[in-house]
Design a protein around this ligand. Structure first.
Ligand code: ATP
Ligand code: MG
Ligand code: MG
Ligand code: MG
Length: 549
């Protein structure tokens, strides 16, 4: 497909820039806001404006925001659509336009295929003029059905396309849009819509003004279609766009949450209320728009691949990992593919987190990085990855993988490249430290196996669930590796006993789990829990920080 991830991102920003939005850079994964743990959505950097605590500097803006959602960690590689690290494309109105424009533009961007190239020229000129100047509006106006200023457009075209290079908007570098393709051009009959159950206005805009047949507009409840930024704060009903991979299944009994058929890719939030402590909704002074489109999801659709991971945004990292494990993704079974997806996702997450200043540690954000790194190392060892002789890497494989992540970073975050050295250094240090831990585990396992063999008597020697759990929990020792080494010495492992230990642990950390679950719904809770969080051992593949009593 002609749609690279970079082109999809650029086209989104161009589209909204042409409609008066200011292109702003992504904010850090570590939010300015002390009440927020990690950046989970594009709206975070604008929260004070939505709340009316800060004046708006522009009426509307558009960004491609780096996001981390650790609440999706268990979904990585298991669903086709979730990563921990992803980019959220967004358009935002701060009391400027509302529902109708948001909906119409979202539809236009996703379904319209070709745009007159002269129009792109207009966009470019207004970009070069940096802001929404008078020139911008004159040029936009010239793209009227009558095109009264046609000759002027032609002039723009020559001006723009004869100017080589890139334009520079803040810290964001974009190249000139190519004139051979326009917006995303998805077939309208493949698109389904969800609206909040009570939102007749949104329903009617989709139905009457956009022309979506009513059987493809679903009313959904609060869980899916009422967006809140926390227990209190700005919120409102939302409307989502879904892509249908199997239109042949018809519209009878279609369920938008069935991810073998549909993928949600664009969420439009009509942010018009403030939720008070008592749960009551109070209208905000101004009505805002907050949207999010998953870049990797749109890439997955436009590149026509089976999941987000096989897009050009992530796949090169998986291929690198596969080559270092001497396997091929194409020939691999599902388990191997899942492992490669985990590596591809987590490597992106850790590189961007470290680049934004989060250093592996046992608490808070540092713990998130640490557990992601450890999961990559364990997964990598499991599939037989070896270092490929990266300078001074002492057999470690993270630095090489990170090089691939960095090579893909220029349009996601232009600062990553310049932090290359410290990113590689942190990763190397952390990998070697963890490998040492694993080494200690191997020694312990040997001793435990000796014991098991010695005490077996006439029975078949078996490693107790407690021991397997100890290795797993405290030494970060994958069960598969324990089982393999044990079987080499003729010892089985007690999986039932292990499951019981796991279950106990799970119950104990349930409270912690509840507060640390990172979702849009409970930012404040999360942050409250951070200072109390300490790493007390590597709990599980999907480890949750254990809160010290
Ligand atoms: P889902 O229901 O698929 O988990 P969501 O409703 O939690 O998605 P939103 O909070 O509405 O997602 O975020 C806006 C958009 O960001 C989504 O429509 C999707 O395109 C994208 N997105 C959300 N979570 C992820 C993720 N874990 N990985 C990739 N993209 C994501
Ligand atoms: Mg989700
Ligand atoms: Mg959803
Ligand atoms: Mg959503």
């Amino acid at each position: 497909s002609e749609w690279s991830g970079d082109a999809i991102r650029r086209r989104f920003l161009d589209f909204y820039a042409a409609r008066g939005h200011k292109i702003l850079p992504s904010s850090s994964l570590v939010p300015d806001d002390p009440t927020v743990f990690l950046t989970i959505a594009g709206m975070l950097q604008f929260k004070p404006i939505f709340l009316g605590k800060e004046p708006r500097r522009v009426p509307c803006a558009t960004t491609s925001q780096k996001c981390i959602r650790t609440n999706d960690i268990e979904n990585v590689g298991r669903t086709s659509r979730h990563q921990t690290f992803f980019e959220m494309l967004g358009n935002f109105s701060f009391g400027d336009y509302f529902k109708k424009d948001a909906i119409k533009w979202a539809w236009e961007l996703t379904t319209k295929e070709y745009e007159q190239f002269l129009y792109s020229a207009c966009i470019m000129i207004s970009m070069m003029a940096k802001e929404s100047t008078l020139l911008h509006w004159v040029l936009m106006g010239s793209y009227s059905p009558l095109n009264l200023l046609g000759p002027l457009n032609l002039l723009n075209f020559f001006l723009v396309y004869l100017t080589p290079g890139t334009y520079n908007n803040g810290s964001l570098h974009c190249s000139l849009p190519d004139i051979t393709c326009g917006w995303y051009g998805l077939p309208p009959e493949r698109l389904w819509i969800s609206v909040f159950e009570d939102d007749d206005e949104a329903f009617s805009i989709w139905l009457n003004e956009v022309g979506v047949p009513k059987e493809r507009i679903k009313r959904m409840g609060e869980d899916d279609n009422f967006w809140t930024s926390g227990a209190t704060g700005p919120c409102g009903p939302c409307s989502e766009m879904y892509y249908d991979f199997h239109p042949e299944r018809g519209s009878l009994n279609a369920d938008l949450n069935d991810d073998s058929r549909f993928i949600e890719f664009y969420n439009l939030v009509f942010m018009q209320y403030n939720k008070n402590d008592d749960g009551s909704l109070e209208p905000l002074k101004q009505k805002n728009i907050d949207t999010g489109m998953g870049l990797e999801r749109m890439a997955r659709i436009l590149q026509n691949v089976p999941n987000n991971y096989e897009t050009d945004l992530i796949f090169p990292i998986m291929e690198k990992a596969a080559s270092m494990a001497l396997v091929s993704y194409g020939k691999a079974d599902d388990a191997m593919r899942t492992n490669l997806k985990v590596i591809g996702d987590h490597m992106r997450a850790v590189v961007y987190l470290i680049s934004d200043g989060v250093i592996p540690s046992n608490i808070g954000r540092g713990y998130v990085v640490r557990r992601l790194i450890r999961r990559v190392v364990r997964t990598g060892r499991l599939i037989g990855m070896r270092g490929d002789g990266h300078e001074n890497s002492e057999g470690a494989f993270l630095p090489s993988l990170a090089e691939t992540v960095i090579s893909l970073s220029s349009e996601i975050d232009p600062d990553v490249e310049s932090r290359r050295k410290s990113i590689l250094g942190e990763l190397l240090r952390e990998e070697l430290r963890f490998v040492q831990t694993l080494g200690r585990g191997e020694k312990l396992l040997d001793e435990l196996l000796d014991e098991a063999l010695g005490s077996a008597g006439g029975d078949k020697p078996c490693l107790s669930g407690k021991d397997v759990f100890l290795l797993y929990d405290t030494y970060g020792f994958p069960i598969e590796i324990t089982a393999e080494i044990a079987s080499e010495r003729g010892v089985t492992i007690d999986m039932k006993g292990f499951d019981i230990e796991m279950e106990n642990q799970r119950k104990q950390s349930q409270a912690a789990h509840n507060v640390i679950k990172l979702s849009v719904g409970n930012e404040t809770e999360i942050v409250k829990s951070i200072p109390d969080t300490e790493f007390l051992g590597y709990e599980s593949l999907f480890a949750t920080a254990v809160v010290k009593a």
